[in-house]
Design a protein around this ligand. Sequence first.
Ligand code: DP6
Length: 321
Amino acid sequence: MIKTAKAPANIAFIKYWGKKDEKLRLPMNNSISMNLSEVYTTTSVEFSKNLKSDTLKIDGKFPEDKEKERVVKHLNLIRSLAKTDLKARVESRNNFPKGTGLASSASGFAALTLAASGAAGLNLSEKELSIIARLGSGSACRSLPDGFAEWKAGDSSETSYAYSLYPPNYWDICDVIAIVGEASKKVSSTEGHVLAESSPFFRARISGMPKKVNEIKKALKEKDFTRFGEILEEEAVNMHAVMMTSKPALYYWLPETLITIISIIKWRDEGLESYFTIDAGPNVHVICQAKYAPRIKRRLVKLNGVKRVVINKPSTGARLI
Ligand code: DP6
């Protein structure tokens, strides 16, 4: 039986950076995100007695060893739950460049979890799927539930999962992504998480998290866009300060990243309100009210170094298709 799943990438407004359990991918803090309508992974999985080993294709290519190992490990987990030892054929496609901080591991492991568990005959709840996706890549657990999600850090595998705070149509906001770099990053987020604790600012960041999470949830509840934007922008800079001060230091930004940031602040001062956030890569996510998205796109495409601009609406989570 072949099952195909489509899962969105998500943008975190409150970020996951640093784990309290590396193996179980238990994060240091809760995080808050929105699923993205135009950035996604589609994955088909089939378990078959005719296969001698797992066969993987990602974006039309056979993945390299490290990537393959991570996918096979995830398939093993699903096989153990389904009590099968059949090998799998996996075919996965991203509609965006992988490994550039556009969250390919999030959409990738969310789609893989849903397609593989379905193909293995498991009938899992959204919570169970979120937990399994988390074990593949932490941020993937937020691509299962619809719309705006919170990932509860928890203190065990069973208590660490994401759930939907609001459906996609709850709030008419957009994530306008300015793509300034399409090369794969040198240090993966998995490697980066381990370094977080070596920053002198990491403890301070974590101790401020519960308050920040509560404040952004309040802004989301009240649809207070200005407050919401201020918090998410401050949060992104806070995480990148930890990255840049870890040992060794991690600089995910390019010069064009900073050009974009400064332009956003300037436009905002002139009355065009938007706020920026950045994951583990150089690309800038511009969060704005939907009515301003086309205007912001028109300005972004004219900036030096901006290669492509993608307007995302809030989206549903992963679905079998
Ligand atoms: C900066 O989920 O990619 O995007 O669990 O090791 O796979 P692993 O890490 P990953 O980390 C995402 C980091 C981030 C922030 C976020 O999405 O919350």
